[in-house]
Each structure stands twice: as C-alpha cells, then as structure tokens.
Design a protein around this ligand. Structure first.
Ligand SMILES: C[S@@+](CC[C@H](N)C(=O)[O-])C[C@H]1O[C@@H](n2cnc3c(N)ncnc32)[C@H](O)[C@@H]1O
Length: 376
C-alpha cells in the first residue's frame, strides 16, 4: 500500500512533506491523533474499544477509589466550600461519571463542595460526556470545557491516560551525538529520516534528566507532556496534580532494555511498530517519562508527594473497608464474584496493576499525607 492512497490523512501528510520537506515525528503524531477531521481521537469512541481499554473501562471501582482519594484531598485542604476537580482528557466522561455518581451516593459532604470540570479537546467527545453527566451538570456539580480553567483556586487536576497520548519527538544517538528521526517520503512511502535536532530543548530534555543514550539507542522526548505539566501547575493555586498513566522513571525507560524506545502503534488490541500504517486510523502512544513530568512540575512550583504503582494506589485506598465499594446494592453472588475478578485485572501485575503508575504532586497544601501513597 502506498502513502498517497492509504488513508485520507496519509494523502494530506504526504502532500505536505512533498511540498515542504520532512516533518518531525511529533508533528506527524499530532496530526495522526488530533487532526480535526481525520485524527484518531476525532473518530467515534465506539471504534476505540476495538483497539484498547483503559482502567476506567474495567470496573467503576477504579473511579470510586479515586473519589475517596479526592475526598481526602478536599479534607487536607481544609474542606473548602468549593473544591474544583479538573479531569484533563476526560474523553466520553466515563471516569467523571464513576467519580461523581459515587461521591453523590457515598460522600455527600464532598459532593456538595465539588466543581468537576471535564476537559476534552474533541468536540464529539465533549458532546457525549455532557449527555452522560447531565444530572451532575444540572445539580451544579459538573461542567464540560475544551481547555483547562485559567485559574483553579483550590482543587485537583487529574488525568488518566492523557499524557501517553501527547506527541513525542523520536531521538537517536549516533556517533556520540543526538539526532532526530523525522518523517520523510521514500517514493510514495513514509519513512524515517535522520537529521539534526529540531530544537535545543531536546538536548536539554535528556541532559536535565541525567540521561546519556547509548550509541545507536533511540528514545522519545515528550516535550508536549512536560509543557502540559508546566501549564497545569501554573493554573493551580492550591491543591494537587494527580497523573495516572503507563510509564516509568527516565533511567528505566532509557536503559539497555529499551534500545528502540517505547513508541507503539495499537490496532485491535495488538501493539506494533509500524507507525506509518494507516495514519489517523491507529493509536500511537509512548510510555510516559515520570522523571520529565516531575522536573517540569517542580520547575513550576509543585512538590512531588510520590509515585506508586496503580496496584499500590488501589490497594492502599481499598483496604480500609475491604473493597466494599466494589459492590452495588442488590447484586447477585455471581455479579459480586465477577466484580472481584475485574478488580484483579486492575491490581494484578500481569494485568494493569504494575504497568500503570500514579504520580501525585501538591502545591500550597500543608498536610500532604495521602492514603493512596501510604506504605502497604
Ligand atoms: C487515551 S484517551 C483517554 C481518555 C480517558 N481519560 C480514559 O481514560 O478513557 C486521551 C484523551 O485525551 C484527549 N486529549 C488529548 N489532548 C488533550 C488536551 N490537550 N486537552 C484535553 N483533552 C485532550 C483526547 O482527545 C482523548 O479523548
């Protein structure tokens, strides 16, 4: 198959490269995921289940335990009359619904203080989540937005699998020097094309983390994720920033086991490395570099409270009532057994438990002890 005929977006990108020359992989990835008409995240949400699930899709227990953590954050901030939770990359609002439904039912004091802002760049997904959250919106507890609020006086900015979906630059060390992998054309096919770094920030990205790549090693530079972190931190006056994603600290991401980086293309639950197959019709994602996020957050006034596995976070929050939040009223024993099995998917290392991590920062909060980070 050739670039010019593959997908509508392939034709657009091929024409641009022919006219203006190779583009950075970050530009290519941004178009593949966020092109307003042909981008992967501009497509119907139902198609996405064919490609991947997130923790939110497994069972509402994920959102319920997160709600308990958020309620505790509200308490640590002195139970303000208004507590803003901003969920960035809220998608169709499934996590928002799980948090809000549970808070309304089980945490009424917290719910009455809540201002939950579901932030999503895709207009189609905003329309879907506005419908799903209609009772909470009518109650004045929730709203929908395309961008982060300019100022969050007190609250928490959270994201689940947002930052792994932001564009990355692909970097290669060659003959002792950092070089960048651009997207060019070889006839009608997209191809890697190595050239000089497109920005000095790329060199600083690795040196700031104390990372020296081996000769021949590739790695991704998530400048967009770091910039998002800085921007979010600046908008928060007091409270927390909670990031859930799959990834690792820099030294692990760039060790000898990751000589080709961590970028993957997902189609129908299968991961592959053909990043140029079907532009706009497959998901592209790279592991999140928690060291880079932490550096960006601390440079913008955040304090790091901890980084734990998702398994740790959920176990620490669920153990107090032996995961009673798993169950709904009137459930049969079979439904309860099924709920317990789904919890295992979220917690077990071979499921999502050790792949995903939770990074929490704070700003201007005196008491920062949080149950989700407490030792097990
Ligand atoms: C991988 S999906 C995760 C969706 C959801 N959080 C979940 O767990 O199912 C990433 C979402 O973030 C959205 N997104 C990406 N960049 C964004 C930005 N800068 N602001 C708001 N939403 C964004 C995408 O449109 C997409 O819906």
């Amino acid at each position: 198959m050739t670039a010019a005929t593959q997908t509508p977006l392939a034709k657009i990108l091929a024409a641009r490269i022919r006219e203006r020359g190779p583009i950075t992989f970050a530009d290519y990835m941004a178009e593949c995921l966020y092109h307003p008409e042909h981008g992967y995240y501009s497509r119907a949400e139902s198609q996405r289940f064919a490609d991947y699930y997130t923790s939110v899709d497994v069972h509402p227990i994920f959102g319920r335990l997160l709600a308990r953590q958020l309620a505790e954050m509200w308490e640590r901030c002195g139970r303000p009359a208004e507590f803003t939770i901003v969920e960035a990359g809220a998608g169709v609002g499934r996590l928002a619904a799980h948090v809000l439904d549970f808070a309304a039912r089980a945490l009424p004091g917290f719910y009455s203080a809540l201002r939950y802002v579901a932030v999503e760049q895709s207009a189609a997904r905003r329309a879907t989540h506005a419908l799903g959250l209609v009772t909470h919106i009518a109650a004045g507890r929730a709203s929908s937005a395309a961008e982060l609020p300019a100022n969050i006086p007190v609250g928490c900015i959270l994201s689940n699998e947002l930052l792994d979906a932001l564009p990355v630059h692909r970097i290669l060390r060659e003959h002792g020097e950092l070089r960048e992998i651009y997207v060019g054309l070889d006839g009608d096919r997209f191809c890697d094309q190595v050239g000089p770094l497109s920005s000095p920030a790329l060199e600083e990205y690795f040196s700031g983390q104390g990372i020296v790549l081996l000769d021949g090693q590739q790695a991704e530079a998530g400048l967009a994720a770091a910039a998002w972190m800085e921007d979010a931190a600046r908008r928060l006056s007091c409270g927390y920033l909670l990031t859930i994603d799959y990834g690792r600290e820099a030294r692990e991401l760039c060790d000898a086991r990751h000589l080709r980086g961590t970028l993957l293309a997902y189609t129908r639950h299968r991961a592959g490395e053909d990043f140029y197959a079907a532009p706009g019709e497959q998901d592209l994602t790279a592991h999140v570099n928690f060291t880079a996020l932490d550096l960006a957050g601390r440079a913008s006034g955040l304090a790091r409270l901890g980084l734990v596995s998702q398994s740790h976070f959920l176990l620490a929050l669920g153990r107090a009532n032996e995961f009673a939040d798993l169950y709904d009223e009137g459930q049969s024993e079979a439904e309860r057994v099924r709920a317990r099995l789904l919890l295992k998917t979220l917690i077990f290392p071979e499921g999502m438990g050790e792949t995903f991590s939770v990074l929490i920062h704070s700003k201007g909060v005196a008491d920062v002890s949080l149950t989700g980070l407490a030792p097990l």
